[in-house]
Design a protein around this ligand. Structure first.
Ligand code: ADP
Ligand code: MG
Length: 611
């Protein structure tokens, strides 16, 4: 028998599309608060959001006689005409959120507009109205959502642990804070303050608050504008990178949205600066003219499409690359505090649920032997510490004290013609590192990485310009390849040829190599070819001349610098000079840094000359 479903069931089904988990509720409610013009928004959750979520704002409020309507599907004050659907500012405004949330939870709404003397308290459970009454309350709106999915147990089963759901909400709140620095946000989970932003409009302050000092002191500002697109925000120097995309934040017209083109443009710009499979830190807002946007996609999918991908790609790629090249990309390192020097405990929060207190130091201050053993590795590059201070006041004070020193580093470039006679090479360490003093900074150069980079750029240039020609070798190298290697070689034979290789089939699976690219650094050429073919099979790269050229160059340079440890001072100077000429001197071809830096300020702080 065919039956028409009742409205409640229809709403529950529709809710599944919009409300997937507690963080989806928070996203919808907070976006509504932002749309209402609020300047302060507080979000509180308990039990991963499943038992309790509350969003309070000081925005415009909802008119008493419109509250019921607000909970109806397709009821919205934001869409006026059908064309609005095509503009980005209305992306996600389909008048579905409140109806969907109310269908699968127990909602209580309290709201008052500035024009009204009293406000309204409205309760709706599983889509059914429970009560509606006038009450006294401040201007703005509070929405409490209890027992999410209480009437859709099948969906509830899909929820992760409370801690995981809270971490999704935490991540979402970080994104929202970054996309609206002009709004003051507070996020409380299970009674603990997790995030509090001032709403002063400064994105950098929020990055500091959420990610801590190491990332903040490695930021590069980006700002660019053309007729259709404005790009603003920060990217971090490549020394700050992650194994996944969790640090890649960007927003379109202040909404957290995904776009394959934007992701690709950003990552491509970073490609030569970060190691393979590492992703950059970015917090970028794109203000895009509606003409460029194709929003005909599902609102919760968050995937945005542009009408002219190439245009967007080029502008974003160029802007990021320019920022990366404009400043000296030397990782700043800091020496962690020895355990016994910590005065106040600091909460280090990775996941919001797990607040790890620094343990009180069990070692007596005068026990030198034990203390020495407990000292952490010096010069550790901190990559991803998220720090949340208990005492906010303290954070503000410290930020003010540190800001001018910490945030304006790298004004003069070490690797610049004008700095040539101004730095002092102190000496060599461990037959590998060179210590350099320049202005109020202390640098350490990895001679292998530097040497490798210089060779690499020279080799790449020659390979690209095809100025290498062929160098004949006697006796020829005989290679026997397995089936897979043979296939890769055959598919790319013409590319190897164009690089200067002369390779003949020798019968069976054997190949005879009689010529190699001229001017390759001295090394085991047979091993080089095997490494290149191996590397290609991993990357599945057929018929891409760039990848092969890059492989030949990077592998050959790596091989060339091995074991060549003793350098004189004048050779070290020469190395610095050569590095200066390199296009991207700050990373070796495999992404490791060639130089790291510590500021005098940081050193003086460690010695407690500066408190
Ligand atoms: P949409 O946001 O797509 O319009 P919603 O279901 O999220 O749909 O909200 C319905 C309407 O309720 C909104 O258009 C707005 O008028 C009103 N509203 C919801 N939340 C708030 C809020 N926090 N402050 C003021 N008005 C709100
Ligand atoms: Mg909404």
């Amino acid at each position: 028998m065919i039956k028409v479903l009742d409205q409640n069931t229809i709403n529950k089904i529709a809710a599944g599309e919009v409300i997937e988990k507690p963080s989806s509720v928070i996203k919808e409610l907070v976006e509504n608060s932002i749309d209402s013009g609020a300047t302060a928004i507080t979000v509180e959750v308990k039990g991963g959001g499943l038992s309790f979520m509350r969003v309070t704002d000081n925005g415009a409020g909802i008119n008493k006689d419109e509250v019921k309507l607000a909970f109806k599907r397709h009821a919205t004050s934001k869409l006026v005409k059908v064309e609005d659907l095509l503009s980005i500012s209305s992306l996600g405004f389909r008048g579905e959120a409140l109806a969907s949330i109310a269908a699968v939870s127990q909602v209580e709404l309290i709201s008052k507009t500035a024009d009204d003397v009293t406000g309204i308290r409205y309760q709706i459970h599983g889509g059914a109205e429970i009560s509606s009454e006038e009450i006294g309350c401040p201007n703005g709106t509070t929405i409490v959502v209890r027992n999410l999915f209480y009437n859709t147990p099948a969906r509830k089963k899909f929820m992760k642990t409370d801690a995981t759901e809270t971490s999704y909400i935490y991540d979402l709140m970080c994104r929202i804070c970054m996309s609206h620095p002009e709004v003051s946000f507070k996020f409380i989970a299970n009674g603990t303050d997790k995030i509090f932003t001032s709403g002063n409009g400064k994105l950098k302050d929020i990055i500091y608050h959420i990610y801590g000092r190491d990332i903040t002191s490695n930021l590069l500002e980006i700002n660019a504008e053309n007729d259709y697109l404005k790009i603003s925000g920060y990217i971090a120097r490549p020394c700050i990178s992650r194994g996944n995309r969790s640090f890649e934040g960007y927003y379109v017209n202040h909404r957290y949205i995904k776009s394959a083109v934007l992701t690709k443009a950003i990552e491509d710009a970073f490609r030569t600066f970060v190691m393979i499979h590492k992703f950059p830190f970015t917090e970028i807002n794109f203000d895009v003219k509606p003409d460029l946007i194709d929003v005909n996609v599902h609102p919760t999918k968050m995937e945005l499409r542009f009408s002219n991908n190439e245009y967007i790609y080029n502008f974003v790629y160029d802007t990021c690359l320019k920022a990366l090249k404009s400043k000296e990309l030397i990782a700043e390192v800091s020496v962690p505090e020895p355990a016994n020097a910590v005065k106040e405990p600091i909460n280090v929060v990775k996941e919001p649920e797990k607040v790890v207190e620094k343990p009180a130091n069990p070692i007596k201050a005068n026990d030198c032997r034990l203390t020495a053993q407990r000292l952490p590795e010096p010069f550790e590059i901190k990559r991803s510490q998220q720090m949340v201070r208990e005492d906010k006041v303290k954070y503000e004070e410290e930020r003010k004290a540190e800001a001018p020193k910490q945030l304006n580093l790298f004004e003069n470039k070490l690797l610049d013609e004008s700095s040539r006679n101004k730095y002092r090479i102190i000496g060599q360490l461990f037959e590998t590192y060179w210590l350099i003093e320049f202005e109020d900074k202390f640098y350490i150069m990895d001679q292998h990485a530097a040497h490798e980079k210089i060779l690499y750029e020279k080799t790449m240039e020659r390979l690209h310009n095809k100025t290498m020609g062929t160098q004949m070798i006697l006796p020829p190298i005989v290679l026997s390849l397995n089936m897979h290697e043979e296939e890769i070689y055959r598919n790319n034979a013409d590319i190897f040829k164009s690089l200067g290789y002369e390779i003949e089939e020798f019968g069976g699976s054997e190949y005879k190599v009689t010529g190699i690219p001229a001017g390759l650094p001295k090394m085991d050429y047979k091993q080089l070819l095997i490494d290149v073919l191996d590397g290609l099979s991993e990357e599945n790269a057929n018929k891409d001349p760039d990848i092969i050229t890059e492989k030949v160059a990077s592998m050959s340079c790596k091989a060339a610098v091995k074991g060549n440890n003793r350098l004189s001072f004048s050779e070290a100077f020469e190395l610095m000079d050569e590095l200066m000429k390199a296009e991207n001197p700050y990373n070796c071809p495999h992404g490791r840094p060639t130089l790291i830096m510590m500021s005098k300020y940081e050193i003086e702080k460690k010695f407690k000359r500066i408190v």
